[in-house]
Structures are given as structure tokens and as C-alpha cells.
Design a protein around this ligand. Structure first.
Ligand code: FUL
Length: 622
């Protein structure tokens, strides 16, 4: 008894000394008490945290998928399992070439399709004859998984395996107990003979077996085997550590909760529970307060964005011209890593067994671009931990004369994901201006805005589920990229009915940046949109081409409901870097104005000349 009292006193003293009550955390999963209120549930969700394996996985940010196998040689995306092993014969397979290219591309892990849906195994498994051992490649003595593993070891790259649960070759597929045994044997070979494995990827495809029965997977036994053999590995998609983002187009959500009501793929009761909540993998909302209020459990189940650098997952020579552009890949980076997700970018080796030169070059460009962009953080002391309460703001100084257009913010997810809404403002010319805003932060959030050179930046946590643990804030400059073929949308409002007041200026809103409206003098453009709109911002595009004469540098922007009484909108009044970077500038006000008329008033021209030109102008509704 005495001992208990003493321990209690000691514990109280420790709490008193630190004055910080110890927080209770829930690792990976939390079940709500039956009588929990919505507020209590949200509070518990704010203290959901990743496992050490999930945390390590998230910190990789950038991982590579390698789709390689029978389909590489047949030109299919899905084989039917009847293709002859004779077809598998890469002429110069070199996994070191793959890993070197991935290393140069900044990837932290290589994840290979050890078996795709056709059932053909890239390692000489004892479980089936349908593998490399019956192919002409290296006279049946080869092992792609081994060669990749060795290359990863040599270059310090983490290693992961994709093993398709759906197997269109295995005779026992559909005979559930027999196939589960077969599958666990395959998995055990991969997880025993190839060193450390950091991710095991199971996709959700589940077809009919030859016996007409649907395969019921024993996920509990499958995951238990992984934990036993590879405790450092995360299990993805049909596993319980990593969630599919919901599309294969590289598009993460703006609001991305790693602490979610979405149950992991391997959970037996997932289907019913998700139906009850009215959500699926593709739902926009997987973690709002409203959803959590309805849920009985929540999970740390973070999102992974899997997307291919080419239209197909497997290599097809006729797609050599359709490798994603640098601009497109950078956009994917912002939509994945920049939206609290891990990027799993597929770079499929070709029939030679090499990563094609075009793809090698593109991933090199991507890593150079990202390294260059994030090499210089212009915020001073951005990495000082900030414990932000709801509504709190923090100002940071910005290094002198730094041109910036990219904002970064991170939460310490080891203490949970909490921020729900935040605002970013920049200070220049004696005033604060809206720059950007976001909802969730999580591990990492990136936001882009037009070029500016602020003296200070202010971040306001407008809403958070508990004290937010902000570990990093940054400002960067990302060079503009033109995506050939990708048309930029200048206006959210149709411009067909617009009329310029006092000027013959239809060319200023004809949707074509090449046809400009020009005028002598600094002449305002006044437009009647014909009906009222909720105006959230506008876009100004300088004229396309070399002659930038008349391009507006400083400006005022006004709106009006009647064309008589004008309100000046909240903007920083300059297209900061437009002389060096004559791309469309998107200006957002941070609020909406109802207006039928708008006026763009030039205050100065890029070379201080007295003329005006507008390639295109548009109105933004969000
Ligand atoms: C999907 C598969 O059907 C595709 O072939 C590809 O492997 C992709 C990553 O997952 O479910």
C-alpha cells in the first residue's frame, strides 16, 4: 500500500513538474466506447498514431513500382494465365540499371510485381511450374526477384513485393483453403529468401476460380505470416497499413485524413461497416467530423498514390511517346507527397529488361526539379516546433528579396493528425495579403500560389482537433513548367456573353492567349459578365509570344454589381515575376464577392511604358 501511495505521489509530482499532462495515444486503431459523444470520438481520433513501420514508410515519400512480367512480352495489361513461359525472355535484363535509375530519380524503395494476375512468378518458386524456371531466360536458371534484391542491397534501396492474390493460372484458385495455403507458401518464399522487405502489396482484384467459386482469402493468416517473417514491412491495399488513394491517375485528395473511418482492406467486417457509413475507397470524405460521429472505429490508414509514368502499368513500345511530361509528374508530386500521401510511381522495364531511356531521363529530370525547388527554404526558423491551439497564428520572417510561390507545412504525425483548416498570408508593401489556404496537413502539405517576394509570412491554424504539433513551415520557389498539350483553364465562368464596356476588347476574353487586346496608355478593362457571379479571384494571362509590351505589372482589381459603384478587391496588386515568367497569374482573394462587373486597372507596365496588353483574362469561382 505504502509503495502504491509513494508511486502515485511520484507520478503526480512528475506531471506537476512538467505541467504537461501525458497524452494517451492509440496506435493504428481505436474502437469508440458505445456511449462516446461525437466530440469524444474526434478527440480520440486526434490521438490515433502510426505504427513505427507506418511512420518509416510515410517518411520515404517517394517510392517506385516496377511492373514487369509476362505482360511485358505479350503486350497485355492483364494476362489470362495461359501464356506460354517460353514467351518470357528479356534479352539484356539488368536490375542494377533499374536501381541506379531509381536512385538517381530520388526513389527510396523499389517494389516489383513478383506475380501479377496471370500467375507467372518472377522467381523460381516451388509452388508452381508457371515461373521463370520454365522460361528460356538464362536457361531457366534466372531469378528476377533475386537480381533486383541484390541490386537494391548494393545501392541502398529498400525493397518491396507485389504478389497478386488473384491468380488466373493456379488450378486451386477458388478452392479457398487450398489456394490460401498455396498463396501463403509463395509469400513465405518471398519473405524468407530475399532479405528485408519493406512493403507487401496486394491489390483488390478477385475473379472467379476455374471451379466457379469465388476465392475467400484468409487475410488474418496472410497478414500474420507477414508480421512473423518481415516485421518491418507494411502491408498495402488489401493489407492493413497502407490505403489505396482511390484512383490510378495520381490525384490525391485536398483533404486527406490518415486518421480515417475507412477500414483496412483486410478487415473481414469492412464491407458491412463501410456500407453502413456510406463510404468506399473512392469517397471524397474519409475522415470528417460528421463521418467520425457515425463510425464505431477509426484507423491510422494513410494513403498511397499509385500511378504509372506511362498510360499502361506494363511496358508497351507504342507508348514510348506517351511518357508523362515533367510538368505532369511535378503536378502528381504536389497531388501525392504534397497531399499527405506517399507516391508509388510505376516505371515499367521493357522487353530488353531495362528501364527505357525516355523514362530514365524523365525521372532524372523530376528528381533534379524537386531537389532544386526544395533546396532553399526561405522561411527563417521554420523548423521550430509550434504547438498551435485553435485560431492561433504564427509569423515567420522571410529571407530578404526571396521570390517564392510554394508553401510547405508538416505535422508531427507521431502525435497524430490534427489540423483541419489553415490560412497562409504574406506581408509586403506594409500589408498582409491572402496567399493560400488548406484543410488537412498531416505528414506534409504543399500549396502553390503566384510568385511574390514577402517580408513575412503568417500561418493561422483556423481549426484543429487538438493542439497541433507543427514541425516545419517552408517557402520555396518552383520554376514554372509548361506542359505541352495541357491547356490551362483561365476562366471558370463562360465568357461568350461577356461585353467590354467602353472598349472593343473582346480579344481579352476570347480564351486565346495569342490574340491580345492592346491599348495606348494604361487603360482599364471593364467587363460586364451579363449576370452575377460569386467571384473568388481572377486570372490574367499576358500575351503569348516574345513581344510583352503592355504587360501589366502593378494593378488594381475592382468588382461591382451595377457598373457604377466599385469595390476594390483584396490583392497584393502586382504580378510579381511576370516580366521573367510571363505565364497566366491566378489571383485569389480569400473570400468571394458577388459581382456582375469587374475592372482590371493597370497601374504600371513591366517596362514602365504607357500601354496595356491583355492576352486573356478570366474569373475564378474557387
Ligand atoms: C491493379 C491491377 O489490376 C493493375 O494491373 C496494376 O497492377 C495496378 C497497380 O493494380 O489493381
Amino acid at each position: 500500500m505504502k509503495k502504491t501511495i509513494f508511486t502515485w505521489l511520484l507520478a503526480s509530482a512528475m506531471v506537476a513538474c512538467t505541467s504537461q499532462p501525458q497524452e494517451t495515444y492509440y496506435e493504428k486503431q481505436v474502437a469508440f466506447p458505445a456511449d462516446a459523444t461525437p466530440e469524444q470520438k474526434v478527440d480520440m481520433v486526434s490521438r490515433l498514431v502510426p505504427t513505427p513501420q507506418q511512420l518509416e514508410w510515410q517518411q520515404m515519400e517517394f517510392t517506385a513500382f516496377l511492373h514487369f512480367g509476362m505482360n511485358t512480352f505479350t503486350g497485355n495489361e492483364w494476362g489470362d494465365g495461359k501464356e506460354s513461359p517460353e514467351l518470357f525472355n528479356p534479352s539484356e535484363l539488368d536490375c542494377e540499371q533499374w536501381v541506379k535509375a531509381l536512385k538517381d530519380g530520388g526513389f527510396k524503395m523499389a517494389l516489383i510485381t513478383a506475380k501479377h494476375h496471370d500467375g507467372f512468378c518472377l522467381w523460381p518458386t516451388a509452388t508452381t511450374e508457371y515461373s521463370v524456371k520454365n522460361s528460356p531466360w538464362k536457361d531457366g536458371k534466372g531469378d528476377v526477384v533475386r537480381e533486383l534484391r541484390d541490386a537494391c542491397e548494393k545501392y541502398g534501396m529498400k525493397f518491396g513485393v507485389y504478389l497478386s492474390p488473384w491468380d488466373r493460372n493456379a488450378e486451386c484458385y477458388g478452392d479457398s483453403p487450398a489456394y490460401n495455403k498455396f498463396f501463403i507458401e509463395q509469400l513465405s518464399e518471398l519473405l524468407t529468401n530475399y532479405g528485408e522487405v519493406h512493403e507487401v502489396w496486394f491489390d483488390g482484384a478477385n475473379g472467379e476460380g476455374p471451379n466457379g467459386k469465388k476465392q475467400e482469402y484468409d487475410w488474418t493468416a496472410i497478414l500474420a505470416k507477414i508480421r512473423e517473417l518481415q516485421p518491418k514491412a507494411v502491408t498495402a491495399i488489401m493489407g492493413d497499413d497502407v490505403r489505396w488513394v482511390g484512383n490510378e491517375g495520381g490525384m490525391g485528395r485536398d483533404t486527406e485524413w490518415s486518421a480515417t473511418a475507412m477500414a483496412p482492406g483486410s478487415y473481414t467486417h469492412k464491407k458491412e461497416a463501410m456500407e453502413a457509413l456510406g463510404i468506399n475507397n473512392m469517397s471524397k470524405d474519409l475522415g470528417s467530423r460528421e463521418l467520425i460521429a457515425k463510425a464505431q472505429e477509426a484507423y491510422w490508414y494513410p494513403s498511397e498514390v499509385d500511378v504509372s509514368i506511362r498510360p499502361g502499368w506494363f511496358y508497351h513500345a507504342d507508348q514510348d511517346e506517351r511518357v508523362r511530361s515533367l510538368a505532369n509528374l511535378v503536378n502528381i508530386y504536389y497531388r501525392s507527397v504534397g497531399c499527405n500521401s506517399v507516391l508509388l510511381l510505376n516505371i515499367p522495364p521493357d522487353k530488353r529488361g531495362l528501364i527505357h531511356e525516355v523514362d530514365v531521363q524523365r525521372i532524372k529530370e523530376l528528381s533534379e526539379y524537386i531537389n532544386k525547388t526544395f533546396a532553399n527554404n526561405y522561411v527563417e526558423n521554420g523548423n521550430q516546433v509550434w504547438k498551435a491551439e485553435i485560431g492561433q497564428s504564427k509569423e515567420y520572417n522571410v529571407k530578404a528579396n526571396a521570390m517564392v510561390n510554394t508553401f510547405l507545412i508538416q505535422e508531427d504525425i507521431a502525435k497524430g493528425q490534427r489540423v483541419e483548416d489553415f490560412l497562409v498570408e504574406v506581408y509586403s508593401n506594409g500589408a498582409w495579403q491572402y496567399a493560400a489556404e488548406g484543410t488537412t496537413v498531416g505528414y506534409k502539405r504543399l500549396l502553390r500560389f503566384s510568385d511574390c517576394t514577402p517580408e513575412k509570412i503568417r500561418v493561422t491554424v483556423r481549426s484543429t482537433r487538438a493542439t497541433a504539433n507543427i514541425t516545419n513551415v517552408g517557402l520555396y520557389y518552383a520554376e514554372p513548367l509548361q506542359d505541352e498539350g495541357a491547356k490551362v483553364r483561365i476562366s471558370h465562368v463562360k465568357t461568350d456573353e461577356w461585353k467590354a464596356v467602353d472598349a472593343d476588347a473582346a480579344a481579352a476574353f476570347d480564351g486565346n492567349q495569342e490574340t491580345a487586346w492592346t491599348a495606348e496608355g494604361l487603360i482599364p478593362l471593364v467587363v460586364d459578365m451579363g449576370k452575377e457571379e460569386a467571384v473568388a479571384g481572377f486570372c490574367y494571362a499576358p500575351v503569348a509570344g516574345e513581344d510583352l509590351s503592355g504587360t501589366i505589372y502593378k494593378y488594381n482589381f475592382y468588382i461591382s454589381t451595377d457598373g457604377q459603384n466599385w469595390t476594390k478587391c483584396d490583392t497584393n496588386g502586382e504580378f510579381s515575376n511576370i516580366m521573367h515568367n510571363p505565364v497566366p497569374y491566378f489571383v485569389r482573394f480569400g473570400k468571394t464577392y458577388n459581382a456582375r462587373y469587374f475592372k482590371l486597372e493597370p497601374v504600371s507596365e513591366i517596362n514602365a511604358e504607357k500601354n496595356t496588353s491583355i492576352g486573356d483574362v478570366g474569373i475564378l469561382l474557387k
